[in-house]
Write a protein that binds this ligand. Sequence first.
Ligand SMILES: Nc1ncnc2c1ncn2[C@@H]1O[C@H](COP(=O)(O)OP(=O)(O)OP(=O)(O)O)[C@@H](O)[C@H]1O
Length: 265
Amino acid sequence: MLRASAISYSYGSMLAVDRVDLTARPGRVLGVIGPNGSGKSTVLRCLFHGLTPDSGEVSIEGRPLSSLSARDIARLLAVVVQENVGESTLDVAEMVLLGRTVRLSGFRSTTAADHEAAAEALERVGATHLAQRPLAELSGGEKQRVLIARALAQGTSYLLLDEPTNHLDIRYQHEVLALLRGLAGDLGAAVVVVLHDLNLAAAYCDDLVLLEQGRMVAQGTVDEVLDPAVVQRVYGIATERLDRDGELHLLFRSVGAASTAGDLS
Ligand SMILES: Nc1ncnc2c1ncn2[C@@H]1O[C@H](COP(=O)(O)OP(=O)(O)OP(=O)(O)O)[C@@H](O)[C@H]1O
């Protein structure tokens, strides 16, 4: 389990995350949702000590992250955050291989098995054809898929992703989230994913944490958290919920429309 207990983080005097608790469990996809500026990325960064919480603790399999080396953490946990790779001189295959080298101790070089794992990861995100392309020349969506492949190549049991569907076309938004679901469901990985799109969260997450102004205002299963009254209050937009063929969907009323056409219900 990856567990955050009462973590807080401030940028200077700005309290961005206020005593948040969450638990990512093997075999489950945990979505972190909330409006812009609610602290989602800051929480995610605290979960891998990209930012060290000012107070509270993050532990993985019962061990505080603060007691682990960077290499120990890289063997347990892979991360996909928004990265500027525009200046990189690496090609795609080299970039994905970095997911393997981050696991290695200083004196070992990559083996055929590492190259195989990297090639398999590229295939899983549908990017084998990009292998020899310079990273800096890729489109936003292509880069995003390569960063996800690098994380997959790391072969960890915990995967943390900040808006992995950013830049992806509609098909790849679903493909990538289905892939994450598969990693959790088939391989028992624990996945934590920051998402803006509440319908994607509904379709692919098991559990959700809803943040508002740095505080956790709801947590539980998708069914429990995506309560229209809560969504409407936190996001300030009229919401109707449809449960169809076992799938939950949220419909949003255009801003301004609800006041003229009456509340959705
Ligand atoms: N480097 C920084 N310096 C100062 N304040 C920051 C910094 N990064 C984030 N913040 C502030 O911390 C708060 C939380 O930001 P964070 O990026 O975690 O929110 P978010 O929910 O991920 O937002 P978004 O949905 O817009 O990506 C915001 O008010 C933001 O302005």
